[in-house]
Design a protein around this ligand. Structure first.
Ligand code: HEC
Length: 300
């Protein structure tokens, strides 16, 4: 559709003539051209008529002969199209009728032996051939799939597509499978701006909620910890559980965004809270070094 519209739009650099669009002179020119062409057409018609009348006066018998011939051809269906039509239907000319009469008669009613037209025979025999081929392909050799097999095949395809979809579906992510992905940060930033800035500050500097741009964490600073905190919240401390509001995919995005805030040193940063996490798994530390300190409770 848009392609169609684009094609209809005037091509740049090509002036399209429209009344009043260019200037008065081209308008006049175009109108004059149209008038000239119409005049030419008319004069041609007039000349044609005149020639005809001259012919009628000078050679009347020729004209009469021609007209008679035309009438005859029409009556016999011998015009070009008439011939094609007759051939297609295998219609015989009316004056061959006497050859086709079958030799019997009832109460003055005679029967003609009209052959079946070729097109009909071709159609008929091709259905026979098709039927035979169909029988062989589907029921004798089993080359084609019958309905049940087709159904099973489509089910298998759909099942595969479903599995692929489920495997990719971001929304199957949970705190066990979530991965830090910087590519998700822009989407996460939008979610953060819409939902979290009131308590955590526009740059994650903290406010009602803790500073998210430092290396100190109450509930752990790995992607899995952050995901868990955002998902289940810390209701008794005022951190909202987001699992009802955000999809798991969105929580993963916002969690990845939060991890990109680390060490950004925003203005008005809130004093660190919790335990400093010196080495992050994402920075190459092994899991047990980066483990959440024992005193921090993770709300479930
Ligand atoms: C109503 C205010 C409020 C909103 C809105 C809010 N938070 Fe929080 N958040 C808090 C508070 C308060 C805490 C501290 C909880 C505690 O002390 O255990 C917190 C803690 C956190 C923590 C853990 C920080 C740490 O040091 O372990 C993360 C991560 C977090 N919030 C992310 C988010 C995200 C992401 C959003 C938006 C989707 C969000 N928060 C929205 C108030 C809020």
């Amino acid at each position: 559709m848009s392609l169609f519209l684009m094609a209809a739009e005037p091509v740049e650099g090509v002036t399209q003539w429209k009344f009043g669009a260019v200037d008065l002179y081209s308008d006049i020119l175009i109108v004059a051209l149209i008038v000239v062409m119409i005049t030419l057409l008319f004069s041609a018609l007039v000349v044609h008529k005149a020639m005809k009348s001259i012919l009628r006066v000078t050679m009347p018998e020729l004209v009469r002969e021609e007209e008679a011939q035309k009438r005859l051809a029409k009556a016999h269906g011998k015009g070009k199209w008439g011939r094609i039509w007759n051939n297609l239907l295998e219609l015989r000319p009316i004056d061959e009728e006497k050859d086709m009469v079958i030799d019997h008669e009832y109460d003055g009613i005679q029967e003609l032996n009209n052959p079946i037209p070729t097109w009909f025979n071709v159609l008929f025999y091709s259905t026979v051939v098709f039927g035979f081929a169909y029988l062989l392909v589907y029921h004798v050799f089993g080359w084609g799939l019958n309905q049940d097999q087709e159904y099973a095949q489509e089910l298998a395809v759909a099942e595969k597509a479903k599995q692929e979809y489920l495997a990719q579906a971001a929304n199957l992510i949970d705190e066990g499978s979530v991965q830090f992905d910087p590519a998700m940060a822009p989407a996460g930033k939008a979610i953060f701006t819409a939902n979290c800035v009131a308590c955590h500050g526009a740059a994650g500097e903290g406010g009602i909620g803790p500073n998210l741009a430092d290396r100190f964490w109450i509930h752990g600073g790995e992607i899995k910890d952050v995901f868990k905190t955002v998902k289940y919240g810390v209701p008794e401390k005022g951190m909202v559980p987001w699992e009802q509001t955000l999809t798991p995919g969105q929580i993963a995005e916002v969690s990845s965004y939060i991890l990109t805030l680390r060490d950004t040193n925003p203005a008005n940063a809130k004093a660190p809270e919790g335990v400093e996490v010196k080495a992050y798994e994402s920075e190459g530390a092994s899991a047990d070094v980066a483990e959440t300190p024992a005193d921090s409770t993770v709300n479930k």
